[in-house]
Design a protein around this ligand. Structure first.
Ligand code: SAM
Ligand code: SF4
Length: 497
């Protein structure tokens, strides 16, 4: 293979200056580091009346201003913090009810031309065992995810390298969608492929959209310009801060309506990152008419040769991490919020109570990890270490025992409920009408096909409660819905409204 410096150079040629410069304001991007710090420093602890005024806005599913958020960052009063937590939970219930969506990460390859200081895949990690999955291997991994574990959504993750460029991404998506595998009562397949891959030019985003993409996800890592430059050395494609910052603008220009933003917490001061995430959401909505479909909260985890970063002064404690989740739930109330298996089981339980809506399970992040024995945790093969390696079955049971229903619904993008349409539905609390019904249909399907007896028992209790609520809300429409449920119980699959 060519030396990585040459490959890196090739990939940098894809960066099209005009595709980011057109969004700049007076030659500047929308993250103004000085202005963010000024707001944080100047905000004082708000009065109870001011906190309640802000919480009223959040409850009405309005995006907060950066002044509002800076004020909430300063809250110390335990009573006000309690009200913030209660409001966050109410918002989550209003917008997403008691549903949790699950997915599995599917790592496609760990070749990468970049040298991100915190990542096990960085090119200078010569100890890393490099691999790209063949289409046959992708098929094998998908059969396990869809046929044995029961996932319906994956996030396909790619290093930045010519071996995993847009042609490979499209082929791999096609392979994943093509798998249909028998289960206990029906069949299993992946119905939504989300992609986490390096920023692309608009032309490639158009191809990604046409390939049946669910959500395009990319994290800014840190929004702080100077820290970003330090962690992403010059001469790599990722060193271009603005190419990454405007990736979602380009994706939306290309017609991709569901995009997921995020910051890698622990690289810089979390207060700055939270303010910047809000700025990103606000600017995206102002420029493109749609805010982020999801926000992610990865925390830096130990990875091969990244000790400096992991032990940085910006390491985020569990308490601060929960505060971050709470603040984003209140600041961008309509958005989906993703917490991954990087975090431990107890923290994930707490986070659900603060407004998280999506999480992964049975996760393996070594390349080709699903087909292997053991828990798949091996530092030379994976990007970082996981905090929670529980199976999907265990996670479903845990959530069901706490009254949550795991939704395997993937209807949204397949029946046009994406982008602005879904944002409006979420804001008005209308999305629940479809989602609750689809959650029940897909949960029944999963319980019949994959659950162990104990999980099935816990799951059926939640299902009964959901059915009672659906009947009470719409007694006249209930019989038609119930017929659909009976069809699922008899083995029909992938019914949705
Ligand atoms: N290569 C693409 C990119 O960087 O955008 C996509 C794949 S990359 C493997 C996905 C994400 O993993 C990165 O955006 C980063 O936030 C996260 N990541 C990298 N190193 C990590 C670490 N040590 N702990 C936790 N997350 C990490
Ligand atoms: Fe490559 Fe992404 Fe890891 Fe950076 S974070 S080294 S771009 S895989």
């Amino acid at each position: 293979m060519m030396p990585s410096a040459i490959l890196s150079n090739q990939l940098q040629q894809r960066i099209k200056k005009d595709q980011m410069d057109r969004y700049l304001m007076n030659g500047r991007d929308f993250i103004d580091d000085g202005a963010i710090w000024k707001k944080i420093h100047e905000a004082a602890e708000p009065s109870a009346a001011r906190v309640r005024e802000i919480l009223r806005k959040s409850s009405e599913i309005q995006t907060l201003s950066s002044d509002d958020l800076a004020a909430l960052i300063k809250v110390q009063d335990p009573e006000m913090l309690r009200e913030m937590r209660e409001t966050a939970l109410r918002i989550k219930k209003k917008v997403y009810d008691n549903r949790i969506v699950t997915f599995a990460p599917l790592y496609m390859g760990n070749y990468c031309v970049n040298h991100c200081a915190y990542c096990g895949f960085k090119r200078e990690n010569i100890e890393a065992k490099r691999r790209v999955l063949s289409q046959e291997e992708i098929r094998g991994e998908t059969e396990i995810l869809a046929g044995k574990i029961g996932h319906k959504r994956v996030i396909a993750v790619y290093g930045e390298h010519p071996l995993t460029g847009i042609d490979y991404i499209l082929e791999s998506m096609k392979t994943i969608y093509g798998v249909k595998t028998p289960t206990r009562r029906g069949y299993g397949n992946i119905r939504r492929v989300n992609v986490n891959a390096a920023p692309m030019p608009i032309e490639e985003f158009v191809r990604l959209r046409d390939g049946g993409l669910g959500t395009y996800q990319v994290f800014q890592e840190t929004y702080h310009h100077e820290t970003y430059a330090k962690l992403h050395p010059k001469g790599t494609p990722k060193s271009d801060y603005r190419w990454r910052l405007y990736a979602m603008h380009r994706a939306m220009e290309a017609g991709i309506e569901d995009v997921g933003i995020g910051a890698l917490f622990g690289l810089y001061d979390w207060r700055f990152e939270v303010m910047a995430l809000l700025d990103h959401a606000v600017h995206l909505e102002a420029a493109m008419g749609i805010g982020p479909h999801t926000v992610s909260f990865p925390r830096v985890e130990p990875a091969l040769n990244s000790e400096d970063v992991v032990h940085s002064p910006y390491k985020v404690s569990d308490e601060d991490f929960k505060r971050i989740i709470l603040l984003i739930r209140l600041a961008i109330p309509y958005t989906g919020m993703i917490l991954t298996a990087r975090e431990t089981a107890p923290l994930r339980r707490d986070a659900i109570g603060l407004g998280i809506t999506q999480t992964d399970a049975s996760s393996r992040i070594g390349i080709g990890g699903y087909g292997e024995e053991g828990n798949g945790q091996e530092s030379e093969r994976q990007q970082f270490m996981l905090g929670d390696t529980r199976s999907l079955d265990e996670l479903v049971r845990d959530f069901a025992e706490r009254g949550h229903i795991v939704s395997f619904c993937t209807a949204g993008y397949r029946c046009g409920r994406t982008g602005k349409c879904i944002m409006d539905l979420l804001r008005s609390g209308q999305e629940g009408k479809f989602c609750k019904l689809n959650a029940v249909l897909t949960f029944q399907e999963w319980l019949d096909d994959f659950a162990t007896p104990a999980t099935r028992e816990a799951g059926l209790r939640v299902l009964e409660k959901e059915l009672r609520e659906i009947r009470e809300r719409n007694p006249r429409g209930f019989p038609v819905f119930f017929q659909g449920l009976e069809r699922v119980r008899k083995g029909e699959r992938d019914l949705f409204l």
